[in-house]
Design a protein around this ligand. Structure first.
Ligand code: ATP
Ligand code: MG
Length: 392
């Protein structure tokens, strides 16, 4: 069976020194899992590059898309293999470029020679010169342009064979999933929290999600929107566990017993407490939120301090210093934006105060909270939790 070849490069994994074999092994496992949908696909490391072979019948763009979604992958190139003989390399490079010009409007090219195997007799500039000459002979319409070519053809002569390829398709980089503990993302239906989850997962952190709703004030459709968002994330991370909790009983207590302008902040403190309990139960070591400094009243520096003071687990806020437009761009890039902008109520908007406090004082908030049986409310909420598994 004929198989297409793809060269997969890792970014930071290559810099890992002593731990490199561990990271390489996990990255290989992750790539293999992403390739499970292609029967008889295989992947292995050879001298710092990963070689993926997938039967020809599978669409090349889809295979590439599967590979670049794996965190830790820096880039992917579809490639062809040649024996280590300069004439054979030239012949195969010529055939390769003939196919390229059939499909694309390319007039100029240049060849870049690389010689990882120093025992190969032809040196890099000479590889480029000779192969370039043979490609010119094979493809009469092409000419060489070393400054601004339409296409750069790389010839990489390595220990076991020579490889010929052009475009590198960029991956997300980062580190393989599962190499950096587990975090619990507080997941709303907004633009920010899915991006926050993605960014932590990209650094190797396994993710579970907790979502609060205020049913029947928020609709079932609103929850389905959050599930849709998590499903997009699952496309990068594999199945994600989502813990769902009805916050309405707590919100009603707050509205009944506490000052109106503190509602949002008090609700957020409960969210953090409950999320921390769920995290402990499920082996997560950090909380993650999509908060962004100054974006709304509950995200001023003072408000963040008051929210954090109710938990002892570290709270990661990967978006904290980003501008909203950049977060929106990231959301578009990862494919969550169009779902996030669907107009469904979030539990935070159900009892939104007209003039929320922006510079809360911890003592005042604690005093307001003393009207509530905090522990009992948290315990009841945690006990009511439902878990759903969301598959890609
Ligand atoms: P997002 O776009 O992520 O909803 P936002 O800018 O709308 O963020 P808020 O609504 O104040 O900001 O929420 C701040 C953070 O609190 C969110 O990023 C998320 O981590 C968490 N959060 C908000 N609502 C919920 C919810 N219903 N369930 C779980 N977490 C939530
Ligand atoms: Mg929100």
């Amino acid at each position: 069976m004929e198989k297409n070849l793809y060269i997969v490069r890792c970014g930071e994994v290559a810099l890992k020194g002593m731990n490199k074999p561990y990271f390489e092994r996990v990255l290989l496992e992750r790539v293999c899992r992403a390739l499970e949908v292609y029967e008889d696909a295989e992947a292995k490391w050879i001298d710092g590059l990963m070689f993926v072979r997938v039967p020809e019948k599978y669409n090349e763009d889809e295979v590439i898309a599967s590979c670049v979604r794996v965190f830790g992958v820096a880039s992917v190139s579809p490639a062809v293999e040649a024996p280590k003989d300069i004439n054979e390399i030239g012949r195969i490079a010529g055939e390769y470029m003939l196919k390229v010009i059939e499909e694309e409007d390319i007039k100029t090219f240049k060849v870049k020679g690389k010689r990882a195997d120093k025992s190969f007799a032809v040196e890099s500039p000479e590889i480029a010169r000779q192969v370039g000459g043979m490609v010119l002979k094979a493809c009469k319409v092409l000419s060489v342009d070393v400054h601004r070519p339409d296409c750069v053809l790389t010839v990489d002569v390595r220990r076991e064979a020579a490889y010929i390829f052009r475009d590198k398709i960029k991956g997300f980089g980062g580190l393989p999933l599962g190499t950096n503990g587990k975090g619990m993302i507080l997941m709303s239906g907004g633009i920010d929290s899915p991006v926050a989850a993605f960014m932590m997962a990209k650094r190797g952190m396994s993710i579970e999600a907790v979502h609060f709703h205020s049913y029947p004030y928020t609709s079932q459709r609103a929850q389905r929107k959050v599930e849709d968002l998590v499903r997009v994330l699952a496309g990068y991370m594999g199945t994600v566990k989502m813990h769902v909790i009805n916050l309405l009983p707590i919100q009603e207590e707050i509205v009944k017993n506490c000052p109106e302008d503190e509602t949002t902040l008090l609700v957020r403190r409960f969210m953090m407490r409950i999320a921390e309990q769920i995290a402990i139960k499920n082996g997560a070591m950090m909380l993650i939120t999509g908060e962004d400094l100054g974006q709304v009243a509950s995200q001023t520096a003072e408000a963040l301090v008051v929210t954090d003071s109710v938990v002892s687990m570290p709270v990661m806020r990967p978006l904290i210093a980003m501008d909203k437009v950049d977060i929106m761009d990231k959301a578009r890039e990862i494919g969550t934006y169009d779902i996030s902008i669907q107009p469904y109520e979030d539990c935070c908007t159900v009892f939104l105060p007209k003039h929320p406090v922006t510079k809360p004082k911890r003592e005042r908030i604690e005093k307001s909270e003393s009207a509530l049986d905090v522990d009992a409310l948290v315990e009841a909420a945690v006990a009511s939790e439902e878990t759903i598994e969301i598959r890609p």
